[in-house]
Ligand binder design. Structure first.
Ligand code: MTE
Ligand code: MO
Length: 386
């Protein structure tokens, strides 16, 4: 029994009551992106960080206005007509292009989900530092843009290159770093093989121009990896002969690994396999004797979800859920399960557990080496039958 998670849920309920709706937040920060905040939970006003109430999941695609927003610094004001992106570093022919140039190149459209590495952090015990996301810092969208591989090929990557640094135009100070190096840009890197593989430089989301909150005019989409790799407001692409060691690469968004015994910090990469319950919502009152449709989404990074199991008895027994639609790599998979609700009132613990086609299964317990990210152990949902 995972008591840590249950305690987390109680905290969660308290937090839910206290969280103001975007529409009620003071008007100061509600400017151009006001529409996109409607109905989302404000986790932080400035910089603006929003999450979707996950119990409102109702379609495979998350519209831009319902898609969580995770920004470390203020949204940079970028002008589509003057925006330039440079491919530089360990390349034979560095080059620069504008938005119109990019739009004229052969494009690709992919479906990919993004999940913030901190999604579910509110459930960690003891309380973790950082934004206390519930389960809504995740979304699934269709992205259109140009494969980064095509641009790297044109620039001619040099033999010794290993890493591709993606730098955003946004910048600011890290307040809780006492020896902060002043203002830094948000930047992450992707190893050359992945960068030249399926990474997309996207200018459209669900068929429309990116919104400012989601990275206008151009962002990276790194399919199957936690959201931090998908750098927004892209301004520089630097091919590097050494692994990048920037702040968001090594200090934040890193986990401990014990490859040779001693714990070593390594950058976070691929999404963990995970199922989330959308319905019932935590604390929901479920009518006794009913047939209740338990509903949610599951994902598995670069692998495919092969099954989702549901427990309605606190983890004692598990039954396969039904996977909906078709498997699409890098996208989430919706699932449902018919729960024959007991005839007697009482409290019940529901759980969902995903397994992927590489045999990874969602863990029951939190691994403390994961620090404050990659919250993918099974999260119990407590409901009341009445
Ligand atoms: N330039 C820039 N890119 C960024 C970030 C950021 O703060 N600045 N946040 C990252 C993180 S941590 C996540 S989870 C995703 C969130 O993307 P979204 O806001 O479009 O949902 O963007 C990533 N890309
Ligand atoms: Mo994130």
């Amino acid at each position: 029994m995972n008591s840590e998670g249950i305690l987390g849920r109680r905290t969660f309920l308290g937090g839910l009551m206290a969280a103001p709706l975007a529409g009620m937040a003071p008007g100061r920060e509600a400017k151009a992106d006001e529409k996109s905040a409607r109905g989302l939970i404000v986790r932080e006003s400035e910089p603006r960080n929003l999450e979707m109430p996950f119990s409102e999941l109702d379609s495979s695609f998350t519209p831009a206005g319902r898609f969580y927003v995770r920004s470390h610094f203020a949204v940079p004001e970028l002008d589509a007509s003057t925006w330039r992106l440079k491919i530089e570093g360990a390349v034979r022919e560095p080059f620069e292009f504008g938005l119109q140039d990019l739009r004229r190149m052969p494009s690709r459209t992919i479906m990919a989900m993004l999940e913030c590495a901190g999604n579910g952090r509110v459930f960690l015990v003891p309380k973790a530092k950082g934004l206390l996301w519930e389960t809504g810092a995740v979304g699934n969208a269709e992205w259109t843009g140009v494969p980064l591989g095509a641009l790297l090929e044109r620039a001619g990557v040099k033999g010794g290159a290993v890493d591709v640094i993606l730098e955003g135009a946004d910048r600011g100070r890290i307040d809780d770093e006492p020896k902060s190096p002043g203002e830094i840009h948000f930047a992450r890197s992707v190893p050359l093989a992945k960068a030249a593989g399926d990474v997309l430089l996207a200018y459209a989301m669900n068929g429309e121009d990116l919104t400012p909150a989601h990275g206008f005019p151009v962002r990276a989409v790194v399919p199957g990896w936690y959201g931090m790799a998908s750098v927004k407001w892209l301004s520089r692409v630097i091919v590097s002969e050494r692994p990048f060691a920037g702040y968001f690469q090594t200090l934040e968004y890193s986990t401990f690994e014990r490859r040779s015994g001693e714990p070593t910090l390594v950058p976070l990469t691929e999404n963990g396999v995970k199922a989330q319950v959308a319905l019932p919502a935590a604390g929901e009152a479920v009518p006794r004797g009913a047939e209740y449709r338990v509903f949610g989404a599951a994902w598995a990074g670069e692998a495919l979800v092969s099954r989702v199991d549901v427990s309605v008895d606190g983890g004692t027994s598990w039954t396969p859920a039904r996977l909906l639609g078709e498997p699409i790599r890098h996208a989430w998979r919706l699932w449902d399960f018919t729960w024959k609700v007991p005839g007697r009132p009482g409290r019940h613990i529901l759980m969902a557990r995903a397994t992927d086609d590489r045999g990874r299964t969602q863990p029951l317990k939190r691994d403390p080496d994961l620090r404050t990210v990659m919250v993918h152990h099974i999260l119990p949902v407590e409901v009341t039958v009445r």
